[in-house]
Design a protein around this ligand. Structure first.
Ligand code: KG4
Ligand code: ZN
Length: 372
């Protein structure tokens, strides 16, 4: 089968993304973010994000086509994130994709955003960041993606997705037909916890990078914050797993940080912001990595793909690397611009569906903000 040219559209949160792939080769990953417009509100405002997608879509599409040096006529199939995400934001990308499908007569594939985060690992490239593959192909190193296995993923692959919207551990039995959710957060996503705690500590938005930086100067052992859902009643045993053995909860942690700050203030003492940031980060990263590695070990997972914006976190990368190595699991971290939300991952998964001979979605599907 010849390699299909697929154009992918992403609009589930604050990034307007258009990516183009040919089979497993990435041609372009064009992203426009409305993050700057949300900063003064301390979080993504759905209404603003939706309007920004409206403004950004056509310019982003034009840029992507120019960068890849292709025309819409050349495209074999369109793919669009149909969920999960912000309802109004998804609506813009889905309507744009349907309009393109109607205007051009190209088949359209509705894509699950979370599975697409894993699909990005199918793009050709060097597993350790793609520098060599990228250079060879005459494009920036970061355009070469994750696993470097072409269209074949390793068997027993897991995916750890950690961002402002999701915290999940998945088992990928087949990327086109069988993705199993092993565990997820039951309340806030990890990135959301970073952002909320940064606000409590007066560090601004987005909070993840600020906490990551400040934590390097603090003592993570100065305070011990709770590791959510780690008690025996939630964990159970390998033979009899508890209901939340592989799940996370971060809202209690956020409350514990707020209490801690209040106590220092009530005593009239200076709040040790760096120590709190370091201890908070250690609590998040410890519980994410320990439960993810446990889920992998108990499901025979030998390779793990790390994705989502929090994959930028230095301590998460370090501890995930250490714990995976001790457990004999190979960790794959795609370049950061492919870890965060983008259109290339949507195109990559769309191409897999085309190559697997799976039919398109038509244009009657609706965006689903809470898609499982
Ligand atoms: O994947 P992403 O760009 O957007 C979605 O949420 O889907 O992730 C953004 C999240 C934000 O919550 C941000 O605070 C967090 O990723 N983040 C980080 C770091 N860089 C970004 N969290 C911790 N450490 C970082 N270095
Ligand atoms: Zn995402």
């Amino acid at each position: 089968r010849s390699q299909p040219l697929v154009l992918g559209i992403e609009s589930s949160c604050d990034e307007t993304g258009v990516g183009i792939v040919r089979g497993t080769t990435l041609l372009t990953n064009t992203v426009s973010s409305s993050m700057d417009e949300h900063v003064r509100f301390g979080g993504v405002i759905p209404e603003i994000a939706s309007r920004a997608h409206l403004d950004a879509f056509v310019p982003t599409l034009r840029q992507a086509l120019a960068d890849a040096d292709v025309s819409l006529d050349d495209v074999d199939a369109l793919a669009v994130t149909s969920g999960p995400g912000l309802a109004g934001a998804l609506m813009v990308g889905v309507c744009a994709a349907k309009a393109l499908a109607v205007a051009t007569g190209k088949p359209l594939y509705a894509i699950n955003h979370l599975v697409a985060h894993v699909g990005v690992g199918l793009l050709d490239g060097n597993p350790d960041g793609g520098a060599a593959a990228g250079r060879g192909a005459g494009r920036p190193a970061s355009l070469a993606a994750g696993l470097g296995h072409g269209s074949r993923l390793p068997e027993n692959l897991g995916a750890l997705l950690v961002s402002g919207g999701h915290t999940e551990i998945l088992k990928i039995n087949s990327i086109t037909s069988d993705v199993q959710l092993l565990g997820s957060t039951i309340d806030d996503a990890a990135g959301e916890a970073y952002d909320k705690v940064a606000r409590i500590l007066g560090l601004g938005y987005p909070g993840g990078p600020a906490i990551d930086r400040l934590a390097r100067t603090g003592n993570a052992k100065a305070i011990r914050f709770p590791r959510g859902l780690s008690q025996p009643k939630y964990m159970g045993t390998a033979e009899e797993p508890g209901k939340h053995r592989y799940d996370w909860s971060f809202s209690g942690l956020k409350t514990a940080v707020a209490r801690c700050v209040e106590q220092f203030e009530a005593r009239g003492e200076d709040v040790p912001v760096a120590d709190i940031a370091a201890a908070f980060q250690e609590a998040v990263v410890d519980v994410i990595t320990s439960k993810a590695v446990l889920a992998c070990r108990e499901h025979g997972i030998k390779d793990v793909l790390l994705g989502g914006g929090v994959a930028a976190n230095s301590r998460l990368r370090e501890l995930t690397g250490q714990r995976c190595a001790s457990a004999g699991i190979k960790l794959h971290v795609p370049p950061l611009d492919l870890c965060t939300d983008n259109g290339a991952m949507v195109a990559a998964l769309g191409a897999q569906l085309v190559m697997a001979g799976i039919g398109p979605s038509g244009i009657r599907f609706a965006p689903d903000s809470s898609m499982p």
